[in-house]
Every structure is written in C-alpha cells, then in structure tokens.
Write a protein that binds this ligand. Structure first.
Ligand SMILES: *[C@@H]1O[C@H](CO)[C@@H](O)[C@H](O)[C@H]1NC(C)=O
Ligand SMILES: *[C@@H]1O[C@H](CO)[C@@H](O)[C@H](O)[C@H]1NC(C)=O
Ligand SMILES: *[C@@H]1O[C@H](CO)[C@@H](O)[C@H](O)[C@H]1NC(C)=O
Length: 680
C-alpha cells in the first residue's frame, strides 16, 4: 500500500513527456522530468555495449589512442583512451536512457574525434527519439569583435516564442567584462573541452562559441547540474545580470516546425549515401546557413554552399561553406565552381579562400578545390584500414573498388562482394605505438579523376586561405594538403582570441568515415534507435615509400599567419584588407617555420636542375626569402618526392606495364562528410 502510494506521488509530480502539446520554453528541472523518464533496460544497454565492441574494431584510431605520439610542442596534446576499458566501465544497470547515452557520449568526446559518433537517429522513431526534441539555449549569441572583446547579441525568439531579457538588450553594444567573475572566454573554453570532441583548442573554441548558447540535448547531452548553474554576466559599464539556461521543447505533432528545426542539429550525418529524408533535412541546413552567413546570402548561388566574387578591392574571394551539396544541387554546385574558375581566370588579382566552419562533405569536391587552388598538389590520398571482421564487411560493400595499389595503380578489389579479399588486406602491415600494435591494410591510394582547372593559376604567395581551425574532414584534406605542398598561405581566423597561434591547426580529421546504418541496416543500434559513425580510413603524409606510421589525424599542420577576425564572414572587406597586407608581406617575408611554401621563380628551375622539377626560394630562418633555390613542384604526371628531393613518375599516368590501363573514374564510394554545426 505504502509503496503504491509513493509511486503515485512521484508519478504525479513528474512532468510527463506527453504533457507538452505545443512548442514550449521550459525550465531545466521541468524538462528533465520528461528526459529522465525516457527509459532503457539493462539488456538494451548491454546489447549496445556489445555492439560497440564489435563495430569499433573497425575504428581505425582504436590502437593509436592507447598511446598517441605527441607533437613537439606538448606532451599531452592527444589524450590517451583505451576504448574497450572505458566501455567496460560504463554503468549498464541504469534505466535512464539519458544517463546511459551521456556515458557513451563522454567516451566519444574523450577520443577528440568528431567523426566518431553515436547518435539518436530520430528517423527510426524509437522511444529515445523524444530526446531530439529538447534544445538548451541561453538568451543570447556570443559575438567577438575584432578588438577581441565579447558582446552578447540578444536572442529575441525561439521557434516563434518571444524571449526577453532587458539587461541583454540594453547592453548589446557594451563589452562583457566577466562571466562568473572570470575572463569571459573561459566559459567557452571549458564548454569546448568538456562537451566537444575536437583535438585543436582553437577548433573547440570556434565550435563552442555557438554551441554554448544553443544546441540539441541529443547531440550534446549536457548535465542537469551544468544547465542549472546560473551564469552571471558583468559588462564593462558595471551592469550585470544572472541568467539560467532554458530548454526549448519542440512539440512532436508539429511536423512543419520539426522539419524546420532539423537544421539546428549539431553533428549531422556521415553517410556514403543520402536517404531522401536526409536530403530534405540538409536542404533545411542550407537555408539556415544562408541566413546566418551574410556573405553567403549575398553572393552564393542557391543552396550551393559555395560561391565567389570580385569586388572593387581587386581581390577574388572564393568561399566554401561545405563540400556537401544537396542532391538536386550537385550539378549547380559544380557549375558554380566552374564559374568561379572562369572568374579567377579573367583577371590576375590574388585569390582569398574562406572556409567558414566548413563541415566537410564529398572527397571528390574537396580534391577538386585543392587542385584549383594549387594544381601541382598530389591529391591521391594514401590510406589504410584497421583489420577487423567488420572492416571486411565494409570493404565488401564496395570500398575496395575505390582503392588502388600505389606501386602499380591496380584496383585493390575488382568487384563488390569478393569471396576473399586480396593480399593488400589479408597480409596486413603492423605499426607499433610503443607496446600497442596496430594491424592495418597495406597503404592504398584513394584517387580522383581530372576536373576543370584554372588556365591562369596563381603562385602560392598570391593565394590566402582562411581557416577557423574547425575546417573539418574533407575541408581539412584541402588545408592540410595545401600546407604539406606549400600551395598557399594559410591564415587562421576566428578560434580563441587569446589562444596560442602555435596551436592553431589548419583543419581536423583528414579521415574517411562510414555511417553504420548505411552499411548494415539491421544492426543492433537501429533496433534501439541509434546510429554509429566510424572513422575507417586513416590517411598519411605524401611519402612515396608508403611507410608512414603516424596518420595525419595525429600530425598537426599549423597556420602561417593569424588575423583578428571573429565575426561571421559577411565582412568581406575586412578579409580583403587582411589579404592585401599578407600578400604584401609575402613579397619579402615568409613563415620561417614553413619550408614548403617557397617563392616560386623560374630562375630557380635552372639552378636546381632536376628533371621535370621546378623551384623557388626557400624561407630563411630570419623570416625573409633566402637566395637558396629548392625543388617546389614537378610537371604533370610526376609526383614531387619531397623526402628524396626528386620528381618521380606517377604510376597511374605512366603504368608499369602496357596492359591494365588505369581507370580514372571519380571515386564516389568513399566520401567524407563531417559534422555540420548550426546556430539559430
Ligand atoms: C506549428 O508551426 C507553425 C510554424 O511552422 C506555427 O505557426 C504554429 O503555431 C505551430 N503550431 C503549434 C501547435 O505549435
Ligand atoms: C535561475 O534559477 C534559479 C534557481 O534555479 C532561480 O532562483 C532564478 O530565479 C532563475 N533566474 C532566472 C532569471 O530565471
Ligand atoms: C621508409 O623507408 C625508407 C627506405 O627504406 C627509409 O629510409 C625510411 O627511414 C623509412 N621511413 C619511415 C618513416 O619508416
């Protein structure tokens, strides 16, 4: 009797999820009554852990994470994670789905690999999909001015519901002095570190600046304690206010708004093929980006997430928000790039390239963009997969048909579903990280075909590429490639205004990923309403002995220059001014830490006297161009072997035997889609 009574009391006090009938702004405590009532069972939890153990055998960074080699500037830049040990620590006795899910999310965050993803898949419509209707928010967005001061822009409404905090309204033009009595940027740094799984602190900051004030609890399951911690803001004029997080609950029956808000979801898909639902949701994302990004709104063609322009300032601008055009826009995306090539060819002015929070996308598009910027770059990625039962399944679904032997350019697997895989996989390579063994397939080429390039390419010292360090996945293939080949001046913008320039990476996650639900529809996670994204192909630096041991995911490539631009890139003239200054500087000066970016000069071609090679002046240790000529790039059809300082034949252009003409088809099987982040 007593227990029944107690049950009745708790029951009547807690807010039932069904009590939400319309879109609603709610308090944290009230919303958590619904959230915490979403149930899981011990069996479900155990099934999920067992599933993770099986599928994550294909996770290519599983080994290196146990003992990651560190960069020269730090001995704890990459954190150690033993995935199996951590999975064993997860409490599977809990019946709260949010509790269980948060534990898995925390493990994933600790890997600092944004490609690795375990998410509620709301399209599966299981009980857990209720969580995707909850969004946390603060009544402002954070802006940082170019004077490195923080301003709060009031959020006036959410989903049509008005929000009003008069103090924030009144002080929107006053810089914030402290938050909770500290440097106001600390709260962003801490949020990034705790809740966003990115390796570089600047990328974390770029992302956290928006994610801290709006996000989905299914993407970022913040704790109730965190959300209930009041935030005290003090402005420079002495005024202050204490505010709390609130929750926006999307009412499930209201489909049209539900679809509209799909665009807010952080960490979107990672899938080789888009389903119609995804395509639809990505269209919404495109719209949202367009309203957010002023420059893009004005100059990009419809839904392309790419565009270019030339202003009176005589600087060409090329901006790419993503390499992930929606289905119907692939052609127009490609047409836009083609028009941009024509625009750049129609003049001789420098080119600035901007990647505003570029969330990645198709590898073939990022490859193309890199070749436009820097035509002699090798963009045939060298990569390996971790040997495991599930990796075999992945290869047999078709990945092997897009990989080539780097010595012969022969395709690794001639068809889909081979009985047994070739020796490239069955005779794996062993890499050691201390005591940790990493068993991977023989390095293979993931190569692309020819696309239209510029007739009048610029020299690397006439191209300025802006990255906010978030530059993710396919985007990082471009920026890391340009850095390795010396194809452009790489400039950091956004990021942490007071962070170290020496820790500003040009991009993150140059790795291929798969979405499990695309490869295997009936896996254990779909049954419970989840999806898993796994990084599967690690890529290496361009070493033509093919014996690199550290994947590029764990090798940093840093910016050459840094500018104080923190706003969304609708202030194109500020970029142009900076570009002018940087190009002027690089007439005589350079980054002494970057020996790959040279001042190209035909005079050096003769001096270096290397067959098929072209040269330039190397940057001296004093930060000025030296008079030393070095090999900088090779003729088409040759690869620039930097380690051995020579030009070598590209086997895919000059095959070793007469039979077996290499096919130069664009490989659409392997694509790389990163996370796409949005704010309201
Ligand atoms: C549903 O969404 C529309 C906007 O798309 C809004 O006008 C309407 O009030 C919403 N209805 C409910 C019940 O929330
Ligand atoms: C913030 O939350 C605290 C306690 O949770 C409450 O006392 C206070 O009124 C809230 N402040 C605002 C502005 O809602
Ligand atoms: C790769 O192989 C070459 C030639 O065998 C050797 O000189 C070099 O040290 C090797 N590099 C690595 C990273 O093992």
């Amino acid at each position: 009797m007593i227990s029944l009574l107690l049950l009745f009391i708790t029951f009547s006090l807690s807010k039932q999820c069904s009590e939400y009938t319309t879109n609603e702004i709610d308090t944290v405590d009230s919303a958590f009554e619904c959230i915490e009532s979403i149930e899981t069972t011990e069996k479900e939890n155990n099934d999920i852990i067992t599933g993770l153990k099986y599928y994550l055998e294909a996770y290519v960074f599983k080994d290196i994470l146990k003992n990651p080699p560190q960069p020269s500037f730090s001995n704890n830049y990459y954190e150690k994670v033993d995935i199996d040990a951590e999975l064993n620590k997860i409490n599977t006795k809990t019946t709260s789905m949010y509790d269980f899910y948060s534990q898995i999310k925390n493990l994933i965050i600790s890997t600092r690999d944004g490609h690795l993803a375990f998410n509620v898949d709301k399209d599966l419509n299981k009980p857990n999909s209720e969580l995707t209707n909850f969004f946390y928010f603060l009544p402002f967005e954070i802006n940082i001015d170019n004077d490195k001061k923080m301003y709060l822009i009031p959020r006036k409404s959410l989903g049509g519901i008005p929000i009003d905090v008069p103090e924030i309204d009144d002080n929107q033009n006053i810089a914030v002095k402290t938050i909770n009595g500290e440097d106001p940027f600390n709260i962003i740094r801490e949020f990034g570190k705790k809740y966003l799984g990115l390796k570089c602190p600047h990328a974390q900051f770029t992302e956290a600046r928006s994610a801290i004030s709006f996000g989905s609890l299914s993407d970022t399951p913040l704790t109730k304690e965190y959300l209930n911690t009041p935030i005290t803001i003090t402005w420079e004029n002495g005024e202050s206010v204490t505010i709390n997080y609130s929750i926006f609950k999307l009412s499930t029956p209201n489909k049209s708004l539900k679809e509209l808000l799909q665009g807010e979801e952080v960490k979107q898909g990672i899938k080789p093929k888009l389903t119609p639902e995804e395509i639809k949701s990505r269209k919404e994302i495109g719209k949202r980006m367009k309203t957010k990004q002023g420059i893009i709104e004005r100059y990009k063609s419809d839904d392309n997430n790419v565009g270019c322009l030339l202003t009176d300032n005589k600087i060409n601008t090329f901006f790419i928000v993503s390499f992930d055009p929606k289905d119907a826009y692939v052609k127009s995306y490609e047409d836009t790039i083609s028009k941009c090539i024509d625009l750049f060819d129609s003049n001789k002015y420098p080119i600035q390239v901007i990647f505003p929070k570029n969330g990645g996308g198709y590898g073939y598009l990022s490859r193309w963009v890199e070749k436009i910027i820097s035509p002699y770059d090798d963009v045939d990625f060298i990569g390996s997969l971790r040997v495991s039962d599930f990796t075999e399944v992945i290869i047999k679904t078709g990945m092997g048909t897009g990989l080539y032997d780097p010595e012969t350019c022969e395709v690794r697997e001639k068809g889909i579903n081979p009985q047994t895989l070739g020796e490239w996989y069955t005779k794996p390579k062993i890499i050691k990280y201390g005591d940790v063994e990493h068993k991977v397939s023989q390095p293979s080429l993931d190569k692309g075909g020819m696309m239209k390039l510029m007739k009048n390419p610029r020299k690397p010292t006439e191209i300025v590429v802006y990255t906010d360090s978030f530059c993710y996945s396919a985007c990082s293939l471009v920026t890391k490639g340009l850095k390795e080949w010396g194809g452009a001046i790489l400039v950091g913008y956004d990021g942490d205004p007071n962070g170290k320039d020496e820790e500003f990476e040009v991009g993150l996650s140059p790795t291929s990923v798969i979405g499990l639900n695309e490869i295997d529809k009936d896996n254990i996670f779909t049954q419970y309403g989840y999806e898993l994204g796994i990084s599967v192909t690690e890529t290496y630096r361009f070493n033509y002995e093919y014996n690199e041991s550290i994947p590029r995911e764990f090798l940093t490539d840093m910016i050459d220059e840094r500018v104080n631009i923190y706003s969304d890139p609708d202030i194109i003239d500020i970029f142009e001014e900076e570009t002018k200054k940087i190009i002027e500087k690089y007439q005589t000066k350079c980054n002494p830490k970057n020996k790959r970016l040279v001042k190209r000069d035909e005079k050096c071609d003769k001096e270096i006297n290397i067959e098929h090679g072209h040269g330039g002046y190397e940057c001296g240790d004093n930060g000025e161009w030296s008079t030393k000529c070095v090999l900088a790039y090779c003729d088409d059809g040759y690869k620039f072997d930097y380690i051995n300082n020579k030009c070598i034949e590209d086997v895919c252009v000059y095959p070793p035997t007469d039979d077996g003409t290499p096919s130069m088809t664009v490989n659409l099987v392997m694509i790389i889609i990163g996370i796409i982040t949005l704010i309201l």
